[in-house]
Design a protein around this ligand. Structure first.
Ligand code: ADP
Ligand code: MG
Length: 221
């Protein structure tokens, strides 16, 4: 198993969000999570990504319990193992498209790895159709172009697990299709594991398995 969630429980104040939620995923699997607004989808992704902690239960990634990692190990887990794609893109306004994309690689010390990351950035920029915009600032781009930039940034370190939270929610149909395809191509090419929260049935139907988050748990559709 690449990822195991064991009996995750989470409440905010007295409001229960997740209860006894379990999930197992093999490397290379692609799943969609659907469910109404407020059902706990974002909370679940944040717990998997180590950005939030469950009240009880465990998240096991490649055999390691992430609740037992030191702060430094947890930061390393988030930076190198996980690619986050949010609904909002959170690009740095003073950095160009290319610079934003390279931010996760700044900590790399090895010159060969840095060069490889740069080449990968250019390749991914080409694949999402941003080559002409690569030296522009986010303020000079459309919303869809910003989201494409954020996609490439999330993918630059070749994460083993991609967590995407309504990644195409605010996009036009064409951009949504381009990015949906890119996620699936990476899933196929590099065996990247994929968890996509989405309201788009079209995107959800492209995944192997669809779960609904309901009554604080995941139910296979
Ligand atoms: N940091 C927080 N503090 C308090 N309540 C929160 C917090 N984050 C989420 N919630 C609540 O938890 C529930 C699930 O939220 P969320 O995981 O964002 O749902 P979804 O992503 O499915 O819309 C909601 O009722 C929300 O108000
Ligand atoms: Mg959400």
């Amino acid at each position: 198993m690449m990822l195991e969630l064991n009996k995750i429980t989470k409440s905010y104040d007295k409001r229960e969000v997740l209860n006894n939620l379990s999930l197992q995923m093999n490397s290379g699997e692609a799943v969609a999570i659907v469910g109404p607004s407020g059902s706990g989808k974002t909370t679940l992704l944040n717990i998997i990504g180590g950005m939030d902690t469950p009240d009880s239960g465990s998240v096991i990634f490649d055999g390691q319990s992430i609740g037992k990692l030191s702060n430094k190990e947890l930061a390393d887990y988030r930076n190198t193992k996980i690619g986050f794609i949010f609904q909002m893109h959170y690009l740095l306004p003073q950095c160009t498209v290319l610079e934003n994309i390279l931010i996760p690689t700044l900590a790399l010390k090895d010159k060969i790895k840095k060069k490889a990351a740069y080449q990968r950035a250019l390749m991914l920029i080409e694949r999402v159709g941003l080559t002409e915009q690569k030296d522009q600032l986010p303020g000079e781009l459309s919303g869809g172009e910003c989201q494409r930039t954020a996609f490439v940034r999330a993918l630059i370190n070749e994460p083993k697990l991609i967590l995407a939270d309504e990644p195409t929610g605010s996009l036009d149909q064409e951009t949504a299709n381009i990015l949906g395809h890119l996620l699936l191509e990476l899933n196929n090419e590099s065996n990247t594991t994929l968890i996509v929260v989405t309201h788009s049935l079209e995107l959800a139907n492209k995944m192997e398995t669809i779960y609904q988050l309901k009554n604080y748990r995941l139910i296979k559709q």
